[in-house]
Design a protein around this ligand. Structure first.
Ligand SMILES: C[S@@+](CC[C@H](N)C(=O)[O-])C[C@H]1O[C@@H](n2cnc3c(N)ncnc32)[C@H](O)[C@@H]1O
Length: 268
């Protein structure tokens, strides 16, 4: 039984209170997050878009689309690019981006990844980037993504990856939950790949990459528990010192680097 199904209670609180945390964090983060080059650089977005193998006649859906950078990138390559998110402040950023770029083939939808308001097989591409770690029931989210993707279409996930060493993964998740209490859990690559097979999809192709944050910029953009940025700094330094992200030591210790991956498969 999943955390979500289990009477809506999980180790991180009820589904309703988790949804409230998501709205609270992402309403506050929306503007700074939308401008952060660490996650919204062209090279990073391109990794996901290429993994989707977009064709000009396709309809693409990005769930938990945040400020819409993935949707905007798809819009240049497909017939229709849609974005869905639970946080209105993020959708406002997305609409502003579409206006700024003069995009006319985009659509935005407020909604929940667990109850996508679309018909079965409505899209050729369904993607989700840097949001799986906010989902208490990622298996249910991926099943819903697979439902709205047509047979022969592409499902693409992208997220940060936790170490396969449980102690290192726990340390990373403790820092992330302090930095952003709407984090459910960063999962291992094995777990993320298992989301595909668990949803009846083939094992995914995997493209690993790394995200690098200047530590103080990361702290400045965050809204940690009790606004305790000193503790956040200590936790980040502890992760760097212990190489908890398995990226090797970094000179000076002021850059926080974490592994991430794009995973993609074709729906049978
Ligand atoms: C870290 S942001 C990532 C945004 C975007 N995918 C990107 O890569 O820039 C996570 C997003 O997930 C959204 N989100 C979290 N849980 C959600 C849910 N259950 N349904 C829809 N959106 C959700 C949040 O509102 C937020 O915009």
């Amino acid at each position: 039984m999943s955390e979500r199904q289990g009477g809506n209670i999980s180790m991180h609180g009820s589904a309703a209170s988790h949804e409230a945390l998501i709205r609270d964090q992402f309403s506050r983060q929306a503007e700074l997050f939308a401008r952060s080059p660490e996650l919204h650089g062209d090279a990073q977005i391109r990794l996901l878009v290429e993994a989707a193998r977009p064709r000009p006649g396709d309809a693409a859906l990005d769930v938990a689309c945040g400020p819409g950078t993935v949707v905007a990138a798809f819009a240049a390559r497909v017939r229709l690019a849609a974005g869905l998110d639970a946080t209105e402040a993020m959708l406002e950023q997305a609409r502003a981006l579409a206006r700024e770029r003069g995009l006319s083939n985009v659509e935005w939808q407020a909604g929940d990844v667990y109850r996508l308001p679309f018909a079965d097989a409505a899209f050729d591409i369904v993607s989700c980037r840097f949001a799986i770690h906010h989902f208490q029931d990622p298996a249910a989210a991926v099943a819903e993504m697979a439902r709205v993707c047509r047979p022969g279409g592409r499902i693409v996930l992208c997220d940060g990856v936790a170490s396969s060493d449980p102690a290192k993964a726990a340390a990373f998740n403790a820092m992330e939950r302090h930095r952003d209490p709407s984090t459910a859990e960063f999962r291992t690559l094995r777990f993320l790949a298992g989301l595909f097979t668990g949803a009846g999809l083939p094992p995914p192709e995997v493209v690993p990459f790394q995200v690098a944050y200047e530590r103080e910029r990361m702290i400045a953009q965050s809204f940690p528990v009790d606004d305790d940025r000193g503790r956040l700094r200590q936790m980040i330094d502890g992760l760097i010192a212990g190489d908890a992200m398995d990226v090797g030591s970094v000179a000076g210790g002021i850059t926080f680097i974490y592994p991430a991956a794009v995973l993609a498969a074709t729906r049978p």
